[in-house]
Design a protein around this ligand. Structure first.
Ligand code: SF4
Length: 330
């Protein structure tokens, strides 16, 4: 018999819960205007965005913000990803009141990057590398702490290219930080590669290079994400088929879904119940339903229920086929 389990570690992370909680607090306030602008999607999930839009949340992008002339009396929500200092300046100039929902973990990371940048600027040398996705909102907020000077590296191949063309120098003080939602395994590989290249360039063994303190690696992946990687790996291996639920634009969703795919070839990435196909399932499958830090628990429950409903219904042609197989075997 087919069974369905929901990963108890999936669902919104603390940063997203906090941002949605603050938005709802404002939208539910009977004294409030009941219109709240969110700069970018508060969560990469269409169903949850629709629920909040019905309450009065209006999602705008950076271009909309630039085109505004006057926002006196309006309220702008900064989501958990955070923003660069310029965004706050623009919003204040326009007259917005700000509800700042930047996740405290991201705020701390911004502060560490700002301090590292100031230190390197005072010393007149040094570089900041950020392991992250180019153009991602959190990464833009992090680069903003360095007057746009930090170098973003998406993967090991890009690291090698940037070293080869001289963008990344191997002879100066270097500090590396990671976007909070990146894969811990990939970050370790990237840092190990950089360490190797810097040691070779400086004609030192790895041990002697470490002693020079030319490279500082900062552990900045969110602990909630890091533990999810471990637990999700186990969950993906314990099930016959994985249904991974998240918006296709979710960066964390892509990382976690790829992790599942690498461990369970029968992994399917879906946005909503409409994407689910009955032919994916076998009669005795143990199905695992899981998601990203932006996937609401209620959606995981809907998906699990939908899978059970689909598999409760056996089309007539399948019954006939099973009957004829039985007769043939007699
Ligand atoms: S993943 Fe971690 S750092 Fe990012 S918003 Fe969630 S709790 Fe904050």
């Amino acid at each position: 018999m087919l069974t369905v389990d929901i990963d108890s570690n999936s669902g919104f992370c603390a940063g997203v819960i906090r941002a949605i909680g603050k938005a709802e607090e404002y939208l539910n306030d009977p004294k409030g205007e009941k219109r709240l602008y969110s700069l970018g999607a508060i969560v990469h999930n269409d169903a949850e965005l629709g629920r909040l839009a019905d309450k009065g949340l209006v999602t705008i992008d950076k271009e909309d913000l630039q085109e505004m002339v006057d926002a006196q009396g309006e309220v702008l929500l900064i989501r958990a990803h955070g923003e660069p200092p310029q965004t706050y300046q623009t919003a204040e100039r326009l007259g917005f009141s700000i509800i700042d929902c930047t996740c405290p973990v991201v705020l701390k990371l911004q502060e560490r990057i700002r301090e590292a940048y100031q230190k390197h600027s005072e010393e007149g040398k040094g570089q900041i590398l950020i392991f992250g996705k180019i153009g991602h909102a959190e990464v833009l907020g992090l680069i903003g702490q360095t007057e746009g000077k930090a170098i973003v590296v998406e993967n090991t191949m890009m690291l090698e290219d940037l070293i080869a063309d001289g963008t990344i120098r191997l002879d100066i003080h270097t500090e590396v930080f990671s976007q909070t939602t990146k894969s811990p395994a990939e970050y370790s590989r990237l840092c190990a590669r950089l360490e190797e290249e810097m040691a070779r360039h400086n004609e030192l063994s790895i041990e002697r290079f470490k002693g020079r303190e030319l490279l500082k690696i900062n552990e900045t992946i969110c602990q909630q994400v890091a533990t999810r990687h471990e637990r999700l790996s186990k969950f993906a291996m314990e099930h016959d088929i994985i249904i991974f639920v998240s918006g296709k634009a979710s960066s964390n969703g892509k990382v976690l879904c790829n992790l599942c795919k690498s461990l369970n070839i029968r992994t399917y990435h879906i946005d909503s119940t409409e994407d689910i196909k009955r032919e994916w399932f076998r009669a005795d499958d143990r199905v695992g339903v899981c998601g990203a830090t932006s996937t609401p628990k209620w959606l995981l429950e809907d998906v699990a229920e939908h899978i059970l409903d689909l598999n409760r219904y056996v089309p007539a042609w399948e019954e006939k086929f099973a009957e004829s197989e039985k007769t043939d075997n007699q």
